[in-house]
Design a protein. Structure first.
Length: 362
């Protein structure tokens, strides 16, 4: 759950920042960076952290990361400067990167084959459950005071005793393989990057659409986005069933098609309550795809390189998160946030159909 908390716990806080930081120019853009700056530090440092974790060990790395996660994650409770809060978000990204690399590599250590696919679906479902809990909780807290959402990160202190008791590290035998970067995984890393650029439109643009455009409360926006994360978990749990019938590449196209439909329907909404029906479509596709990418990577990564390969995958995913609002900001500014969803959905659907036709013709 901590891996999803890097961003979703405060997403309903963002539209409220303009009322507090009245003198800051481009506050809407800077507020979006609040949830994507962790992604930047993760994207830049995850490959190096993978090497460091390999040396320090997964157990020690997790304890240290959880402690710092709580300290820097809750900094918004007391920091006055917007730029200091943004800096704390950068530091938060480092701790989340460690937690994500460790969790992904441990799945590879503990499980194989079909058992791995099923557990990865469960893991992604729990991540989504965390998204539901933290988005709803953050929504209610942000209605009270925009700072209160940052207090959610203190949960890291509660997790340290559990990690100390239950995390069992398995030593992986050395291998003659010396390459740290597996060239066969480049395509997976690239597709993961593209996935997150597209999927991260949900947390970076939806709050502004729901709160600013439709005038909804933070708690209502949090409930809508939380339902999307719940659907994300359903998509993750369905991965093992899809995997029995389709290749990883085919699942990628199916998931992108589902997301494109979700985009278009979100753009057509005229009553805010209809988002409860449209946003889960996008959430389902995202959950299916994120589980697909992790499983795809583990199926190709050598067992002695799981930590490092997980570091590169983590870097790719969070690089997509960081660049998502930057890539789409000009389009949102031109079309407006709601029409932006329709345009993006149509473009994505066109790409998927084009790829399917080329594959079929080939």
């Amino acid at each position: 759950m901590t891996t999803i908390m890097s961003n979703v716990a405060i997403i309903t806080t963002l539209p409220h920042l303009k009322d507090y930081f009245l003198d800051e120019e481009n506050i809407e853009f800077l507020s979006r960076l609040m949830i994507t700056l962790p992604s930047l530090s993760i994207a830049l440092l995850a490959p190096f952290l993978g090497h460091l974790i390999q040396k320090v060990g997964k157990y020690k790395s997790t304890i240290i990361a959880l402690f710092l996660f709580s300290i820097v994650g809750s900094a918004g409770l007391y920091l006055e400067s917007l730029y200091m809060i943004l800096f704390s978000r950068l530091l938060l990204g480092v701790t989340v990167a460690v937690l994500m690399i460790v969790s992904t590599s441990l799945v590879g250590d503990y499980f194989d084959g079909e058992a791995r696919h099923k557990f990865m679906g469960m893991q992604s479902a729990f991540i989504s459950l965390g998204g539901v809990f933290f988005v709803i909780g953050g929504g209610f807290l942000s209605d009270l005071n925009w700072r209160y959402s940052f207090g959610i990160y203190l949960v890291g202190f509660l997790l340290i005793p559990l990690v100390a008791k239950f995390l069992k590290e398995r030593n992986v035998l050395n291998s003659s393989i010396t390459a740290d970067f597996n060239a066969n995984l480049i395509v997976i890393y690239l597709l993961s990057f593209l996935l997150m650029i597209v999927f991260y439109i949900l947390p970076t643009q939806m709050p502004f659409l729901i709160i600013n455009h439709f005038g909804a409360s933070g708690s209502l926006a949090g409930s809508i986005i939380a339902l999307a994360f719940l659907s994300n978990g359903v998509g993750a749990l369905s991965f093992s069933h899809f995997r029995k019938r389709y290749t990883f590449g085919t699942i990628y196209l199916i998931g992108m098609a589902i997301i494109s439909i979700g985009f278009i329907l979100i753009g057509l909404v005229r009553d805010v309550h209809l988002f409860f029906f449209t946003s889960p479509i996008m959430g389902f596709g995202g959950g299916l795809l994120m589980t697909n990418m992790s499983a795809w990577m583990l199926s190709r990564a050598h067992h002695t390189k799981r930590v490092k390969s997980s570091g590169y995958l983590t870097s790719s995913l969070f690089a997509g998160q960081f660049f998502s609002p930057i890539v789409f900001h000009p389009i949102v500014s031109y079309f407006g946030v709601q029409d932006f969803f329709i345009v993006t959905g149509l473009l994505l659907a066109t790409v998927v159909i084009t790829v399917l036709l080329k594959v079929k013709l080939a």
